[in-house]
Ligand binder design. Sequence first.
Ligand SMILES: O=C(O)C(=O)C[C@]1(C(=O)O)C=C[C@@H](O)C=C1
Length: 275
Amino acid sequence: MNRPMETLDDLRRDIDRIDAEMHALLIERGSIIDRLIAVKQGSTESGSAFRPKREADMMRALLARHTGHLPLDTVESIWRVIISTFTYVQAPYRVHGAASGGAAAERDVARFHFGFTVPYIEHSDAEAVIAAVAEDPRDLGLIPVAADGGWWRMLARNSALQVIARLPFVERPGHPAALATFVVGGTPAPGATADDVRLLVAETSGWSAAANSMVAVVGAEVLARHDTAVLIALPREIELKRLEDGLAASGAQLEDTAWIGSHAARHSVDTAGAS
Ligand SMILES: O=C(O)C(=O)C[C@]1(C(=O)O)C=C[C@@H](O)C=C1
């Protein structure tokens, strides 16, 4: 015998039940916040509650286990809002972004990754973002990886600030907040940041196209150049000495080297997020 067809009321009852369960789970998740605060205060941890290494791992796991009708973009953005708001409730912070990389794109990055509860403040350029975070190192600054102007030299001179993450945590075709962005923050708690990729600033002498190619041959990446300075992304497994030796063979030298932060290895999936 055929089952009688479900009515719209039946389906809405199901949706109401699931919504109530999800809400109850969110309330239960929220009840952990006081314990998180207590544990973090009771250990060596202090300052910002942002733990980018943990978040990169969580976002990868979320996207890996996702299945079903709901687009990946939706699931990722829901969890970004949950996690960022939990960070905010533990210790309030603001996010600063630069309009110079495209105000709308930067705002999208901020809202997608940090939601609407965390205040977003727009500045003219990367230098102004760094100045704002220097004033309150519990805040986070967003700077496009491709931003020009040599902003990273400011971090080389200020050891209290560093790059602590790179967004998006999981890259994919058509990501709704795709603008590659560094997150700048105050000195992170021990173990809070990933160091799969370390960022090196150096003055250079004898730099040439051959030096640029050599950086790639060694397995690193020149992210930017400004006057005689260079910003290089160096995977953890590549020793600085190897880079220096390779560059010496191309006639270039690194001087006044400074590490300005690190982030998790870039991770891509080829699934489009909207389907
Ligand atoms: O795991 C932590 O340290 C938390 O504070 C929890 C949590 C989360 O909501 O899952 C929030 C902030 C951190 O950046 C990472 C994760």
